[in-house]
Design a protein. Structure first.
Length: 458
C-alpha cells in the first residue's frame, strides 16, 4: 500500500462515517502498471481479444494512454465475455471475462477501495480479503464449534448471489463511504456493461459478473451492509444465547446455543435478504443439530448420528477422540474428491504418449497443490485415498501406451515415489493456528463477549 493510500486507511479507520470525495487521483500510472503485473499472464482474453503478452509489448505507452482516458472519464467499460466452467454437481457456472484494460483499472480500483473498506469489514468476513484465506475461515469455524456453546448450526447459502445483486442498492451502499462521483460513475459503467455470449449482447440490469476482478470486493460491500452489520446487531440485541458467525463470500455458517434463536434467526434472515433482492437456496440451506453434545442428545431421543454439513470443500462431522472428548472431523467432500480424480484421469489419457518425466512433473504439481489445501488433521484417510487413486490412474494410463505395456505395481511404486509427494498432514490443528494468529483480546466475531476475534475486528 502506498503512503497516500495508507493515509486514506488511517482516515477511514479514525472516522467510520467519513465520505471520501477525492479518490481518483490515487489511480496513478504506477498503480495501473502494478495492477497489470498482478493479472494472470495466461488468462483468457475478453471481448477485445487482447492478451496480457500483447499489451505488455508497449506497456508504458498503453498505461499512459489508459491513465489519461481514466482521468478524463473517457474509459468505456466493455461487456464481459460469457464462459462456462463445470461445477462439482455437474452444472455449469457462468463466468464473465472482462477485457484486459477493464481488468487493469478494476484491479487498481480494488487497491484504492480496500484502503477504506478493510477498516469497515467485520471480523467474521473472510472471503476475498487481503491476508485472509479459506483456511482462516475454517480455523475460526472449528475454534468456535470446539470452544463455544454450539448446539445448532445453520448452513446458509444465498441463491445465485452474484446474479441477483441490485445495482441501485449497490450504488447506495457505496455512497455511504464514496463521495467521488468519478469513482461511482466508473463502477456503474462496469455494472451495466453487460455480457457478450455467442455474439449477442445482454444489458447488465442486475448482478455483477463472476470472474470480474472487482466483483468479489463489490460482493463483500453488498453483504457487509445487507448481512454482516445486521447479523452483528441481531447477535447483540436479539439472541438469548451465544452465537458464532463465519462468512466466506455468499456461504455462511452460524452456530447457536439455543434452537429458538436459530429458528427465529433463519426466519428473519429470509425476510432481510428478500428486502434487498436476495434469497436463500432451498436445497443448500439447512438447520441441523451439531456440536459437542449432539451425539448424546440425539441418542437420548432415539435419533441417529448428527447430520453433517459442508463448508469450503470439507464435510464437517461430529466425532470423538479415543478418550471420549469431542472431535470435529473434517473430510474432503466426496463429490469434490471424485471430481478431481475424474479430471486427472481424463488429462492423463490426453497425455498418453507424453514422456513419463513430463507426466510426473505435472502430476506432482497437481498433487502438491491438492495436499496444500486438503492435508488437514482428521483428513488423513481422504488424502491417502486421493494419492493412491492418482497413482492407480497413472498406472492404468501407462499400461495403455502400447499393447504390451502392462505396468506392475512393483514397477509403478518407484515411479510414483519419485514424482508424487507422500500423503502427509501439512496443517496444524485449527485451534493451534487460530490462537497463534489471533493472540489479542478483542471484541469477537464468534460470540458477543469472547476475547479472541477470528481474523481481527479492526
Amino acid at each position: 500500500m502506498s503512503q497516500a493510500l495508507a493515509c486514506v486507511r488511517e482516515v477511514a479507520l479514525r472516522n467510520r462515517r467519513e465520505r471520501f470525495t477525492s479518490l481518483m487521483h490515487h489511480m496513478t500510472p504506477d498503480l495501473l502498471a502494478w495492477a497489470f503485473q498482478q493479472l494472470k499472464p495466461k488468462a483468457a482474453p475478453g471481448v477485445d481479444g487482447v492478451t496480457w503478452e500483447q499489451y505488455a509489448v508497449a506497456l508504458d505507452g498503453n498505461i499512459d494512454d489508459l491513465h489519461r482516458r481514466v482521468m478524463r472519464g473517457a474509459c468505456r467499460a466493455k461487456p464481459s465475455r460469457r464462459q462456462y466452467i463445470p461445477k462439482p454437481d455437474g452444472r455449469q457456472r457462468p463466468l464473465g471475462i472482462a477485457a484486459l484494460e477493464d481488468k487493469i483499472v478494476q484491479r487498481a480500483m480494488v487497491e484504492v477501495l480496500n484502503a477504506i473498506y478493510e477498516t469497515d469489514f467485520l471480523g467474521f468476513s473472510y472471503g476475498f480479503r487481503p491476508g485472509r484465506s479459506q483456511h482462516d475461515a475454517l480455523d475460526a469455524l472449528a475454534y468456535g464449534i470446539n470452544l463455544r456453546q454450539v448446539n445448532w448450526v445453520l448452513d446458509a447459502d444465498i441463491r445465485s448471489f452474484f446474479d441477483c445483486i441490485s445495482h441501485d442498492w449497490m450504488m447506495r451502499f457505496l455512497e455511504h463511504r464514496i463521495g467521488d462521483r468519478r469513482v461511482l460513475r466508473l463502477i456503474a459503467k462496469w455494472l451495466k456493461a453487460g455480457v457478450m455470449e455467442e455474439g449477442t449482447w445482454t444489458e447488465g440490469t442486475v448482478g455483477t459478473p463472476q470472474g470480474a476482478v472487482i466483483s468479489p470486493l463489490l460482493a463483500n460491500i453488498y453483504l457487509h451492509y445487507v448481512y454482516d452489520l445486521w447479523v452483528d446487531q441481531w447477535r447483540k440485541r436479539t439472541a438469548t444465547g451465544p452465537m458464532i458467525v463465519v462468512r466466506y463470500a455468499d456461504d455462511t455458517i452460524v452456530g447457536f446455543q439455543r434452537h429458538a434463536d436459530a429458528d427465529r434467526f433463519l426466519r428473519e434472515l429470509r425476510a432481510r435478504l428478500a428486502a434487498f433482492g436476495l434469497g436463500l437456496h432451498p436445497d443448500k440451506t439447512r438447520l441441523i443439530e451439531f456440536g459437542r453434545f449432539a451425539v448424546e442428545r440425539r441418542a437420548v431421543k432415539g435419533l441417529g448420528k448428527p447430520e453433517t454439513f459442508d463448508f469450503l470443500g470439507f464435510t464437517h462431522i461430529c466425532a470423538k477422540f479415543g478418550d471420549g472428548r469431542f472431535l470435529l472431523m473434517r473430510h474432503t467432500m466426496r463429490k469434490r474428491l471424485q471430481a478431481k480424480l475424474v479430471e486427472i484421469k481424463e488429462t492423463l489419457y490426453r497425455m498418453l504418449h507424453v514422456p513419463v518425466p513430463e507426466q510426473g512433473r505435472w502430476l506432482g504439481q497437481v498433487v502438491r497443490g491438492y495436499l496444500a489445501y486438503h492435508a488437514v488433521p482428521t483428513n488423513s484417510q481422504a488424502i491417502t485415498s486421493f494419492v493412491h487413486y492418482v497413482t492407480w490412474h497413472w498406472k492404468r494410463a501407462l499400461g495403455r501406451r502400447s499393447q504390451k505395456g502392462h505396468v506392475t505395481w512393483a514397477r509403478m511404486a518407484p515411479i510414483a515415489a519419485r514424482w508424487l509427494p507422500p500423503a502427509r498432514v501439512q496443517h496444524p490443528y485449527p485451534q493451534q493456528r487460530f490462537i497463534v494468529k489471533h493472540p489479542r483480546w478483542e471484541p469477537s466475531a464468534l460470540a458477543a463477549h469472547a476475547r479472541i476475534c477470528p481474523g481481527g475486528a479492526g
